[in-house]
Design a protein around this ligand. Structure first.
Ligand SMILES: [Zn+2]
Length: 316
């Protein structure tokens, strides 16, 4: 049976919760990206209407991202004004803005280059709302005063849950955590129930969270009897399992990338556990063989790094 190992994993309630919660973030992103894109286009239009200088093109070819982080003097007068205006619309004015997400010379023509100033690091290559994950879009809502009608506490609670989920070393969450997560999502999304895409996403999220995937799993035990029940039973499970398997691979991939690229936190333990988990499951081990190999090399380097840190501790 192709999905036999997936069925075994779904028997673990905590893992099934983790998988469902992670997939809800995908649905959330799908619900939010059209709305945030429309709002940021309007926000950009308002800024151009209010500030004549912003309607002028960038005056320097050196106004590129990366090297300009936290160095306001290294951009031209027009881009400098853009920075001032972007900061003025920040809901937390004292926060460090990730200017290296943006191409300042594109601020005149591309509203999403402005939006990225309100997002976490690592957005430089992202060209539009549809390429952003839920975290990026939630941070935009949390940071840009275009969304000042949304209570920041509600957004931050969902961001906090999202970070706990994606940094969970165990790859599992308890039922109680799920209840809180469901309530937090519901309270936030209720603020957007006038937006069709978000209302639809909210409905799908609630359906996802109450869906009983174990029904699919139990059908595996009846595989021998499938010819009696008719092929439809097996086919239904195959279809369901195929989708769940696809979501699982996407979420594991995303978790891996997050643990690897979040340079602000040390996720060595999470990476080791994820590698062990992938190896322990033959189907996932095959799909992620290249990543497991890369993690092995990283682990070897990590051990070297750890020794250095211990040495430093001893010196202190
Ligand atoms: Zn410029």
């Amino acid at each position: 049976m192709v999905f036999e190992e997936l069925a075994v994993r779904l028997n673990d309630k905590g893992y099934k919760n983790w998988l469902k919660a992670g997939h809800c973030l995908r649905i959330l992103k799908e619900g939010l990206h059209v709305f945030t894109n429309t709002e940021m286009r309007a926000f950009h239009g308002d800024l151009l209407g209010q500030h004549a200088i912003l309607r002028r093109p960038c005056q320097s070819s050196s106004c590129t991202a990366g090297s300009t982080r936290n160095k306001p003097s290294s951009v031209c007068a027009v881009c400098s004004e853009w920075r001032t205006v972007i900061l003025r619309h920040h809901r937390q004015p004292n926060i460090t803005v990730n200017w290296d997400n943006c191409r300042p010379s594109s601020w005149l023509h591309d509203h999403w280059e402005v939006a990225k100033a309100y997002m976490p690091r690592g957005q430089f290559r992202v060209a539009g709302a549809d390429q952003c994950d839920a975290s990026a879009l939630l941070n935009l809502i949390n940071h840009c005063d275009r969304f000042s009608s949304v209570d920041p506490k509600l957004v931050r609670e969902v961001i906090r849950c999202r970070n706990e989920l994606m940094h969970s070393c165990e790859l599992r969450v308890e039922d109680e955590w799920m209840r809180h997560y469901q309530a937090s999502l519901k309270m936030l999304l209720q603020r957007f129930n006038h937006v069709a895409e978000v209302a639809s996403a909210a409905k799908r999220i609630q359906e996802m969270l109450v869906a009983d995937w174990s029904v699919c799993v139990s059908r595996l035990d009846r595989v021998d009897a499938a010819h009696v029940d008719g092929l439809q039973t097996t086919d239904q499970w195959e279809t369901g399992a195929d989708l769940i398997s696809q979501w699982e691979v996407e979420l594991l991939q995303e978790t891996l990338q997050e643990l690897l690229h979040d340079t602000e936190a040390q996720h060595t333990e999470g990476l080791v556990r994820l590698k062990d988990f992938l190896q322990a499951n033959r189907d996932l081990g095959e799909q992620f063989s290249a990543e497991i190999q890369a993690l092995h090399s990283l682990g070897a380097r990590g051990q070297g790094h750890q020794r250095t840190e211990e040495d430093e501790d001893q010196t202190i």
